[in-house]
Design a protein around this ligand. Structure first.
Ligand code: MRU
Length: 346
């Protein structure tokens, strides 16, 4: 691996996809071994691993694992991989990185022709590892490009977790913050707790404290008040899917922060690798938004906090329109909106 950040949410040893169980953080660091494609799909669905790029990497390793487990007979080999792709591909709908990674694995397989089965297995292992290594490299490039947007002494607000835990390592939004620090700037972070699943409180705070950052946790509701007091220099978030016009799906609550940032003339940035771009969708209205179980809202650490009989709506993501996003940072550079959208070249 090319110098990954110390936190490793996903690994693969040829017999299992190994996931840092993010449901248990920050209380304990436990790893779960997924030994079948079905267990990989369950790990993604149950959010043992989460974050768009990390989900894509996990899916790629899941396809490589499926090839290891598939029967040698060529028809059955292809059918087993096809079924694994179907099961893993259905695990979560919003992050396009999942489909992107599966399609890349299938494209690689289609180039292998009548190569021996063991060579195909090795080629798929190598492709999954390349997806992982490239993600870390893209994160670092995002960090280098994005650091130019962060003034020395800035206080950066972020939402959810778009850090090392959500990627191959290093992070996208947190990659920009790490990049600014690596460039010698002093930077403070405000992490929004991110109701209902608390990725900000449980994961971003853990990851940044561990990395020696000055990080302050706030409730999501406090963001507007802090912006109004002039305590936020800029906001940087990750993305689960960016459509052709720059509309961006990210964790529920992102849109609220973007509206508040616009109200207070605070720059609002999105950071994501090109594997999160979905040029097949013209705008954000078509993005499938995952609905999560009501229990995430009704219960806090096993304790019911709302009346029996109440209905719940629990969308996991929202869409921030391109017009609220000052720039999108990818591994290729800083893209600003213009007459041709953000000018992504896919
Ligand atoms: O439901 P999650 O935790 O998978 O949602 C994660 C996010 O919304 C992240 O901000 C996004 O995937 C970018 S991760 C680099």
């Amino acid at each position: 691996m090319s110098a990954p950040h110390a936190v490793q949410p996903v690994a693969y040893d040829g017999e299992a996809v190994i996931l840092l169980d993010q449901r248990r953080l920050p209380a304990s660091e436990e790893y779960l071994r997924c030994r079948t494609p079905e267990e990989v799909a369950t790990g993604i669905r149950d959010m043992v691993v989460r974050g768009a790029p990390a989900i894509g990497i996990t899916a790629a390793y899941g396809v490589a694992l499926a090839a290891r487990l598939a029967p040698d007979a060529s028809g059955e080999f292809g059918a087993a991989i096809g079924e694994a792709c179907r099961v893993i591909g259905a695990s979560r709908p919003t992050a396009v990185n999942l489909r992107w990674a599966i399609d890349r694995m299938l494209r690689r397989l289609s180039t292998l022709g009548d190569m021996g089965i063991d060579q195909k297995r090795a080629a798929l292992d190598a492709e999954a590892l390349a997806i992982h290594e490239e993600d870390v490299a893209m994160n670092r490039a995002i960090g280098r490009h994005g650091s130019s947007l962060i003034p020395d002494g800035a206080t950066v607000l972020t939402h959810c977790n778009a850090g090392a835990l959500a990627t191959g390592g290093y992070g996208t939004a947190l990659g920009v913050i790490r990049g600014a620090r690596d460039a010698g700037k002093s930077v403070r972070v405000i992490a929004c707790e991110t109701r209902p699943y608390l990725q900000g409180a449980r994961l971003t705070a853990w990851e940044l404290v561990r990395d020696g950052f000055d990080v302050t946790l706030i409730t999501d509701n406090a963001a507007g008040a802090l912006m109004a007091q002039g305590l936020v220099t800029c906001a940087v978030v990750g993305a689960d899917r960016i459509t052709a016009n720059g509309d961006t799906a990210n964790k529920i609550g992102t849109y609220t922060h973007a509206v508040l940032a616009a109200r207070h003339q605070i720059p609002f940035y999105v950071a994501a690798p090109s594997s999160t771009l979905d040029p097949s969708m013209p705008n954000g209205q078509q993005i499938p938004i995952e609905q999560r179980p009501p229990e995430e809202v009704l219960f806090l650490q096993g304790h019911r906090i709302a009346a029996e009989g109440v209905r719940v709506i629990n969308p996991s993501f929202d869409v921030t329109p391109w017009s609220l996003i000052k720039a999108i940072v990818t591994e290729r550079g800083v893209h600003r909106p213009g007459p041709l959208g953000y000018g992504f070249k896919i």
